[in-house]
Write a protein that binds this ligand. Structure first.
Ligand code: CAA
Length: 698
């Protein structure tokens, strides 16, 4: 017997305890342990078997780390079939999260009891696969096809009470899983309850699977796993159980061998690795209860909302009582959204807006704050004035944070007498919704201040990424490069609409020009003006057609027109007829004869520029690891999760080919396309970005 499954016998009941911390993942040892323990229970004269999990949870799923390796027998479907086919009565007692293979094991037992806080689900599609141990065949038989399609294509977690209604759970009982499981199993034995194999239940009724398949594919923007899972559920309605299982396995293996599966697994582990930095080992964050926010515009109000929702008290500082009231209105508006979605109660809404939030117009109100974040106008002089005041007022040890998107955090820190307490906390708008937080570490930022930045991010439910200081940090620096690449393609003959369409087909929620319209064209205009004022490199290509749109007052969605015309609503996205003539005039003025671009070439150039800049960002140490860039793009810039991030995508494409492309583009424009030294090094050494991730984790 392996240690992964504990065995105990109480009366007629054999008790199997999963003990594979932290989440009782169904790795090889657990699978073999389950097989052996079932044999033992049957040989032992037991009448029933109870399966439960030690520690925090029942089985939370297959062991994801084994994906991509040659499967080791017994594979999970065989374990499930073995459990279901046992002549003994088999019962599961679930707590924590019975997910994926975990729920599939539970569905192969004959009865299921759960504690009220338990959650179940089949989240496999979120990892690029589908339930591969009978879930697509058993769940529709237990809960019906509609519920099974909902659970399997969304991967959502279902609370115990809903699982009871759906028939996934037979009973809910408060208590320790072992105790409630034992009592329930004994009760079943006492009343001679029959074995109840799901595979013997009647074939579920079909639905219009083609329609569901197409809708799911569209919603997933090209993600294959949810749509493929629909076909597996369809098999449950058309084939006998055994053949249905075989079809499920076939579709499962198909998905297992895709780049999308690799991308999604990379995202899963990177999301968890991103906050684990060697420099923070053993470093405690500073206390964090009361925070101050300076500036109550969209960004400041979003930050305040996120902080209030996380249980922090917030002092909002504005220039005048009127501006402070307007900020409160914005925060209340955001919280109304949370109220409507059932995230907070009316009572909590009242407490958050009237007690946890304080309005102020005097810096003295910030003297007790543990951390202050400024979200004022993006200009160095304005920021310096704010930090001078903070330096005078804030208590010793308070963390002083700037939400700047581009400005030099070292310069801001230097204006204070406590640069070690200064950090960048770059939120993304709307800050109470967007998951990304760049924690920008300046030259003198103290380690416990960095730890406090990460602690705040965690408390607010963000994915926090460590970034070094440079123009735009990780995300906006890379954005600025790929956006410039798109502008170059426009000068040379592509249209904004073709570029948006090509990138949306790749899986981006929105192409760069639709994004620019949403964010406001004035933002890019301000950046271009600043860069021109600083002096462009003599070889840098420039264009002014977008400035002309702004000069005419067209800032995108907020003014009704930008690259698109929004007269028919924000989703209408009709090309603005003024745009192409402006572009054509610019081409003529620069003497450029436009040429055709294929969608493939647009994608290749756009992605090559993104990867090249990302490699520079990693090479210069602005991002510690390639995965930090990947998570930044995924959580802040709409990069399709199923592609894992730009550097995971680059690995999957093959770095030598990408470098070859970059070098060929460099023949036309050596300044823009200068290859990243790190990319050249990796190609020369035959290594990948993921090798760097692994080295950093070792
Ligand atoms: N396999 C391997 N490791 C896993 C794992 C799994 N299924 N699930 C979680 N872990 C690891 C995490 O990587 C993390 O490791 P580190 O501490 O080294 O970073 C650790 O367990 C704890 O995980 P979390 O930090 O996520 O802890 P949490 O308490 O916030 O969440 C959880 C727990 C809800 C179970 C969450 O980890 C989760 O959602 N896990 C994935 C569940 C899942 O997708 N299961 C389906 C697997 S696919 C499958 O089962 C295929 C099939 O049909 C055969």
């Amino acid at each position: 017997m392996t240690d992964a499954i504990g065995y105990e016998r109480i009366g007629d009941i054999a008790i199997l305890k999963a003990q594979n911390p932290p989440v009782n993942a169904l790795g090889y040892d657990v699978r073999i342990g389950l097989m052996q323990a079932m044999d033992r229970a049957e040989a032992d004269g037991a009448k029933a078997v109870l399966i439960y999990g030690d520690g925090a949870t029942y089985f939370a799923g297959a062991d994801i780390r084994e994906f991509g390796q040659t499967p080791r027998e017994p594979i999970l479907p065989d374990v499930c079939d073995r459990i279901e086919a046992s002549p003994l009565l088999v019962v599961s007692a679930m707590h924590g999260t019975a997910l994926g293979g975990g729920l599939e094991v539970a569905l192969s037992t004959h009865y299921r009891i759960a504690v009220p806080s338990a959650k179940v689900g089949l989240p496999e599609v979120l990892l690029g696969i589908l339930p591969g141990a009978g879930g697509t065949q058993r769940l529709p038989r237990v809960a019906g096809v509609e519920a099974a399609l909902d659970l399997i294509t969304t991967g959502r977690h279902v609370k115990a009470d809903e699982a009871l209604k759906l028939g996934i759970v037979d009973k809910i009982e408060d208590g320790e899983p072992r105790e409630i499981g034992l009592a329930y199993t004994q009760e079943l034995l006492d009343r001679n309850a029959p074995r109840r194999p799901v595979s013997e239940m009647s074939t579920p009724a079909p639905v219009d699977f083609d329609a569901v398949h197409d809708a799911v594919l569209k919603k997933g923007r090209g993600q294959l796993s949810p749509a493929t899972a629909v076909r597996a559920v369809q098999a449950a309605t058309e084939l006998p159980f055994k053949q249905g299982l075989a079809r499920e396995r076939e579709l499962f293996m198909e998905l297992m061998n895709t780049d999308q599966r690799e991308g999604l697994i990379h995202a899963f582990f990177s999301e968890r690795a991103v906050g684990k930095l060697p420099e923070l080992k053993g470093v405690d964050p500073r206390p964090l209860n009361a925070i101050g926010v300076i500036g109550g515009g969209t960004m400041g109000a979003g930050i305040a909302t996120a902080a209030l929702l996380a249980g922090l008290t917030v002092t909002m500082l504005e220039m005048s009582p009127e501006a402070a009231e307007a900020a409160k209105g914005r925060i209340a508006g955001n919280l109304q959204g949370a109220l409507k979605r059932g995230k907070i109660s009316a009572e909590q809404f009242e407490t958050l807006t009237e007690q946890a939030l304080t309005l102020a117009t005097d810096y003295a109100a910030l003297k007790d704050a543990d951390l202050v974040i400024e979200a004022v106008f993006e200009e160095m002089d304005v920021k310096k004035k704010v930090f001078t005041q903070l330096d005078e007022i804030c208590k010793p040890g308070a963390v002083l944070a700037t939400n700047t998107s581009y400005l030099d955090v070292n310069e801001i820190a230097a204006i204070t007498k406590r640069p070690a307490d200064v950090i960048g906390l770059h939120f993304f708008s709307p800050a109470h919704v967007m998951k990304l937080l760049e924690v920008v570490v300046a030259d003198q930022t103290a380690p416990d201040v960095v730890a406090t930045g990460f602690a705040l991010g965690k408390r607010l439910g963000k994915i926090s990424v460590r970034a070094g200081v440079c123009d735009g940090f990780i995300g906006n620096r890379i954005l600025s490069t790929y956006r410039t690449c798109a502008d170059h393609m426009i000068l040379d003959g592509a249209s904004p609409y073709q570029i948006d369409a090509a990138l949306e087909a790749f899986g981006f929620a929105m192409g760069p020009f639709a994004v620019a319209d949403l964010a406001g064209l004035d933002i890019g205009w301000a950046v271009r003006k600043r860069k021109r004022a600083e002096g462009l490199h003599p070889q840098a290509r420039d264009s002014t057609y977008a400035d002309k749109l702004c000069e005419d007052g067209h800032f995108g969605q907020k003014t009704g027109k930008g690259y698109y015309d929004y007269a028919a609503g924000p989703k209408a996205r009709v090309p603005n007829p003024d745009v192409m003539p402006l572009i054509e005039a610019e081409r003529a003025a620069q003497g450029i004869a436009p040429r055709d671009f294929t969608d493939e070439e647009i994608l290749r150039r756009y992605m090559a520029s993104m990867v090249n800049e990302a490699a520079k960002v990693v090479g210069e140490g602005i991002a510690r690891r390639p995965l930090d860039v990947d998570m930044t793009l995924l959580f802040g810039y709409g990069f399709p999760r199923y592609r894992g991030g730009p550097l995971k995508w680059a690995d999957l494409q093959g770095l030598p080919d990408l470098l070859k492309d970059i070098k060929s583009y460099a023949q036309e424009d050596p300044y823009f396309w200068e290859p990243a030294p790190l990319l050249e090094k990796l190609v020369a050494e035959g290594r990948t970005f993921d090798d760097l991730n692994k080295e950093a984790a070792a």
